[in-house]
Design a binder for this molecule. Structure first.
Ligand code: SF4
Ligand code: SF4
Length: 443
């Protein structure tokens, strides 16, 4: 049974819907005791997971049972925040009516980053994932809500063709909408009534960890969780578009060594050996011991230090991200010490309430809890990126002029590589095939 599930998940091209796009067939090929459903909807403003838990809970539970069967886990715990009252009610009803004793639920407090895998495992299971480790190291798999929804569809041989995402901010009709993968951001924004302001930028993802798009002429991918339209001068945008070299220079010279970044760092609070203030101090000099840099590898880039903790408004997160890239280029990895991290006794008192975070980010006015748009969105064409997941880019198996139906395979995983298949998300004609993307025009 395990092999069949893994094969079907692989065939369907499922990747982690909530993160960097790790191929799900690799993730479910594990043996653990617990599967956690990550319904924390951790990033402010994003509402697609609460929507799926409210409206599609039976399908999500079907996907969860499939992962429990594949991994041999004896507990599948749906984790979500009490503030999502409709989703809570729907999950509670479903769990109550469930005859499978493995299915349970857990109410999370409303703090950021409750959905960070390490934080979630600690909150729900009381286990601490080792430094640079995975939930797998402590007997858990964490699955995103939409990934489980897709797994349920995969068991019926339906591949990933769509993405649920939140469109919000300075937009006429904020909404949760089901979008064909590959639709252009500009068309999605038009579908939502267009921007309310002239000079805007779009954040792909949440305000904390999302990235500012250079242009709206870019496609939605399997990992796009939200599109947030903000004034180009907005605090959230400004921090994300500064030149990286400038951020590094300012951060390392302006740091006053107050250590707030370390005190509130979620990974430090779990007991991991990450002290952003010390790294900033070292980088203010030219004498950085090679080994000291490695701490940056423990940074999840959650953004607490940058957006909440630092009184100077500088960004240890960005400096850590740069150090991580440099270490990766040098082939330097974290060496596991075997140490079992010990939680900081102030862990729970230092949780950052989402409400306060939103105030600090100046996004409270956009927290409108948009509802699902029932009108079908059909874009004029889609551009399916071949490298929208972790691993090798998929290889096109179609040619210009081919007619495809939504759900047809358009790109395959290269032989013996880690990757994910790509399927047509609309019915139409293939109008472009490059090493980066397959384009399909609606017919
Ligand atoms: S981004 Fe900052 S707060 Fe978050 S894990 Fe990294 S150092 Fe810690
Ligand atoms: S919070 Fe800001 S100023 Fe304080 S130590 Fe960290 S980077 Fe430096």
């Amino acid at each position: 049974m395990k092999e069949t599930i893994i094969e079907k998940v692989k065939q369907a091209g499922i990747v982690g819907a909530g993160g960097a796009g790790f191929p799900t067939h690799v993730k479910v090929n594990a043996t653990v005791d617990t599967v956690l459903v990550n319904g924390a909807s951790c990033e402010p403003l994003l509402m697609s997971d609460p929507y799926l838990l409210e409206q599609e809970i039976d399908t999500v539970i079907k996907g969860l049972k499939t992962v429990l069967d594949a991994t041999g886990a004896t507990e599948g715990i749906i984790c979500l925040k009490g503030k999502h009252a409709k989703a809570m009610a729907s999950v509670a009803r479903a769990v109550e009516a469930e005859t499978d004793p493995r299915i349970k639920m857990f109410e999370l407090q409303d703090f950021y980053p409750a959905g960070d895998e390490h934080v979630l495992v600690n909150e729900v299971m009381g286990r601490t994932v080792p430094e640079a480790g995975l939930p797998l190291n402590v007997g858990a798999v964490v699955s995103n809500v939409e990934s489980l929804y897709n797994i349920a569809l995969a068991m019926a041989d339906k591949p990933v063709t769509h993405r649920y995402l939140t469109v919000t901010g300075e937009i006429r009709n904020p909404m949760v909408v089901k979008v064909p993968v590959g639709a252009l951001v500009s068309e999605v924004l038009d579908f939502a009534g267009g921007s309310l302001i002239e000079n805007f930028r779009v954040v792909d993802g949440g305000p904390m960890m999302g990235r500012v798009l250079d242009t709206t002429d870019q496609p939605v991918t399997k990992t796009t969780s939200g599109l947030i339209v903000l004034p180009e001068t907005h605090n959230v945008v400004a921090g994300k578009i500064l030149d990286p070299k400038t951020i590094r220079r300012i951060t390392t010279t302006v740091c006053c060594q107050c250590s707030q970044c370390t005190d509130l760092c979620p990974r430090n609070l779990l007991g991991h050996d990450l002290h952003p203030h010390k790294l900033m101090r070292l980088y203010a000099t030219d004498m950085v011991p090679a080994d000291a840099r490695k701490e940056a590898l423990l940074c999840s880039e959650c953004g607490i230090c940058e957006k909440f903790a630092c009184p100077m408004g500088i960004s240890p997160r960005e400096v850590n991200a740069q150090i991580k890239r440099e270490l990766a280029a040098e082939g330097i990895r974290w060496q596991a010490s075997g140490k079992i991290p010990e939680n900081n006794p102030f862990l729970t008192t230092r949780h950052i309430p989402t409400k306060r975070l939103m105030q600090r980010l100046d996004v409270t006015q956009y927290d409108t809890h948009p509802t699902f748009c029932q009108t079908e969105f059909l874009p004029s064409h889609v551009k399916l990126l071949l490298g929208q997941h972790i691993g090798a880019p998929a290889m096109p198996v179609v040619a210009v002029g081919d007619c495809v139906t939504a759900g047809n395979l358009v790109a395959e995983i290269p032989e013996n590589a880690l990757g994910a298949r790509i399927h047509a998300s609309i019915t139409g004609v293939v109008t472009g095939v490059t090493k980066d993307a397959v384009t399909i025009k609606h017919q």
